[in-house]
Design a protein around this ligand. Sequence first.
Ligand SMILES: O=C(O)CCC(=O)c1ccccc1C(=O)O
Ligand SMILES: [Mg+2]
Length: 322
Amino acid sequence: MRSATLFGYQLALDAGVVLREQRLKSRLGMLVKLVDDRGEGWGEIAPLPQFSVETPELAQMQAAKWLERWCAGEQPPDSPLPSVAFGISCALAELEGQLPAEGCWQSATLCSGDPDALFERLQNQSAPLAKMKVGLYEAVRDGMQVNLLLEALPDLTLRLDANRSWTLEKALQFARYISNELRGRIAFIEEPCRTVAESMAFARQTGIAIAWDESLRDDATLLSAQQGVRAVVIKPTLTGSIQKVQQQVAAAQRLGLTPVISSALESSLGLTQLARLAQQLTPGTVPGLDTLSLMQKQLLRHWPGSTLPLSGKEELQCLWQQ
Ligand SMILES: O=C(O)CCC(=O)c1ccccc1C(=O)O
Ligand SMILES: [Mg+2]
């Protein structure tokens, strides 16, 4: 006998969470629970506004349809909606015992909030790795800040993310403030420029490695070896089923690119599953999952070491059940 439930959740986000110039006050998403004689499996379906192509309404409808067929004994194909396919594939993987219990709990420390607290956190890490958003203010200011941070912490490696905000000229202005000997400690900068061509020119001209994130989802042919491209950021909620993520990871590895499994602001339930997936698919690469601290609560599952309060099923709203 199979049964399934689709829940809705809403979690408050910190005041500072800005996505593509728009403030996001709370994260809305769904959790799916599958039950059969083997036990239960959970997954998270949380389309991200301004990033996901599907609306939450469509995702809910498609998820309910998939679950209905599954409960009737079918093996429905993956949903074409990435968030639905991802969440359901996680629930199935748990049910089948395919997702390892152990996760990669280490993440690139997201630079946000109090700079002194950040500095202290990084100082206490043995091989400090941080991720910093750039491109929100003046390019010159970003350049000076990155240079300062790299100078102050000689063991620090930095990942940067400009979310396509610069013209080539602005991006070069940024790079001018970072001395040549420090550039090697920038593991990569995600999406420095407005266009793919400008980003590639930036990498060639500065020697700073780049990574594709949003461009890869717009154009899958970018999964190819190009000069100056070091990594690809894979956000499973925006990509699709675990199997599809696995294929992208393998394709990247064949090309010598580093696949970095990353968050799309999932709750602690989804984030812990992403950490487990990262442990399975990309051991040895630190994933980009340090987004739990943007929320005030954890949901159902505890992220090791997090001190945020854990909320239970009382926070969930039942949307569909069979
Ligand atoms: O990738 C990470 O390390 C953290 C997650 C992150 O930056 C992000 C989270 C949600 C939406 C977009 C982005 C982004 O990469 O720009
Ligand atoms: Mg990014």
